[in-house]
Design a protein around this ligand. Structure first.
Ligand code: 9WN
Length: 430
């Protein structure tokens, strides 16, 4: 009994701590992912964090999304980073990106479109339905504009799935899924100084060679008419169908459709249904039958990436996989989980590149765990979903609200007092 009690006490204190972390990382209308390491407003972080705020401060939750959309470009894009306030603790900052004022300073690329999911979550869980309705009325056209942007700028050839043009856009920056597609030669770069290594250990962060590639893309995009997204698609040496982005976009379209129905926007419903139909077709080219996994695809060569990554399970979250595909995915996932103590590792633990500490090349990320477990439940794999939920509770109980976790030892890695980990403890694990 006493053990049970102390487990409960532990959880109650994690929940309290999670609220404190969001308050501490609040910069007035937006939440930074982590003090020092990430001092600006990140796109998919903020969308997830708004669900955490929703648990104890409805108004503040909506404000998070409103501030995110205050940086929306005229063409509809939501950038990966909004630079609301000066900070010199992160590289590359606004002076390197040098985007046109559009309407405020941002990066020049995007990130996975979680915002519509968050908007639906806030709307459905709203203590004050009238407030929620007013907020959604204002937010809906902006969400729609962003989704339209994805298809216009990132699927001009009508594949039904969208391209990312920079690994930072995937949110899984140094995933082994990009090892082959990141082989292009780097340009002569102006000298630069990374800041991430002053906050966290180098063995947990991308290598210098990887950063040289990141910056090569950044400077080429900057030269291409101030990041004009319609040009970037045609000039980028990195053009990939990313599973994380496309699964989230598919799910976000379902949630946007649901919101459109609430608002009685029938033309928009039809427009979104077309994206869903095309997406369903587009996903077929990402299925690797032999491996029993989805794979990212190089749009330049047409080749599927060889790496099995955690995003391979996200089509379950999208709801785009068939029952047969789901069964094969589950078999792989069970094999992965049998090789580690805590799931879900970001790379197949049997891949020789597996590295338990290295960022997106092995470690566990709570936001991905939430999406995978949600998807598993939808397909009826409750036991496996429970295992992932239990692992996530254990990890945060033992290591705290860290950026990511070692799947072998359970140790916390990367940044501390991390906003999206706190948000997951509030909106998912409590
Ligand atoms: C680049 C903020 C972001 C996350 C990404 C994660 C990391 C940035 C970086 O941190 O990326 O966008 O400099 O490492 O990979 O998913 O949104 O938490």
């Amino acid at each position: 009994h006493s053990e049970h009690c102390s487990e409960e006490d532990k959880r109650a204190s994690i929940v309290r701590e999670s609220m404190e972390v969001l308050r501490m990382n609040d910069r007035g209308g937006y939440t930074v992912p982590a003090e020092g390491l990430y001092p600006f407003q990140w796109n998919w972080d903020s969308a997830i964090v708004s669900a955490g705020w929703a648990v104890f401060d409805e108004g503040r939750a909506w404000e998070e999304l409103e501030t995110l959309f205050s940086g929306q470009w005229e063409d509809g894009m939501i950038a990966s980073i909004n630079f609301h306030q000066f900070s010199n603790t992160y590289f590359p900052g606004p002076e390197i990106w040098g985007t046109p004022d559009n309407p405020s300073k941002t990066s020049g690329i995007t990130q996975p479109p979680v915002a519509a999911l968050a908007a639906r979550f806030l709307f459905e869980n709203a203590p004050t339905p009238a407030l929620a309705r007013a907020k959604i009325d204002a937010l809906f056209p902006k969400l729609l504009a962003w989704h339209r942007w994805w298809y216009k700028a990132r699927d001009p050839e009508n594949k039904g799935v969208v391209a990312i043009l920079h690994p930072w856009e995937s949110g899984m920056d140094n995933s082994p899924a990009w090892d082959e597609t990141m082989q292009f030669p780097v340009d002569d770069l102006p000298p630069y100084e990374r800041r991430d290594l002053t906050h966290v250990d180098a063995n947990m962060r991308p290598t210098k060679d990887t950063y040289d590639h990141y910056l090569t893309l950044l400077y080429r995009f900057k030269k291409a008419h101030g990041y004009d997204p319609e040009q970037l698609y045609w000039i980028s040496p990195f053009k990939v169908t990313d599973l994380c982005t496309n699964s989230i976009l598919f799910r976000a379209n379902r949630d946007l459709r649901w919101l459109a129905l609430q608002l009685g926007k029938h033309e928009e419903v039809a427009e979104i249904e077309k994206w869903l139909d095309n997406g369903f077709e587009g996903f077929k080219s990402l299925w690797d039958e032999e491996a029993g996994l989805y794979k990212c695809q190089d749009q330049i060569t047409g080749k599927l990436a060889d790496a099995g990554i955690s995003a391979a399970f996200l089509p379950l979250f999208a709801g785009v996989a068939s029952k047969e595909q789901a069964a094969k995915l589950v078999k792989n996932l069970e094999r992965w989980l049998s090789k580690v103590k805590y799931g879900v590792p970001s790379l197949d633990p049997e891949d020789p590149r597996f590295d338990q500490l290295q960022y997106w090349r092995g470690p566990v990320w709570l936001i991905i765990n939430w999406m995978i477990s949600n998807g598993l439940r939808h397909y009826g794999y409750d036991d496996l979903a429970n295992r992932i939920t239990e692992d996530s509770i254990q990890l945060t109980n033992e290591a705290g609200l860290r950026e990511y976790f070692d799947p072998v030892t359970g140790a916390g890695c990367g940044g501390r007092q991390f906003s999206w980990t706190a948000a997951m403890c509030l909106a998912w694990l409590d």
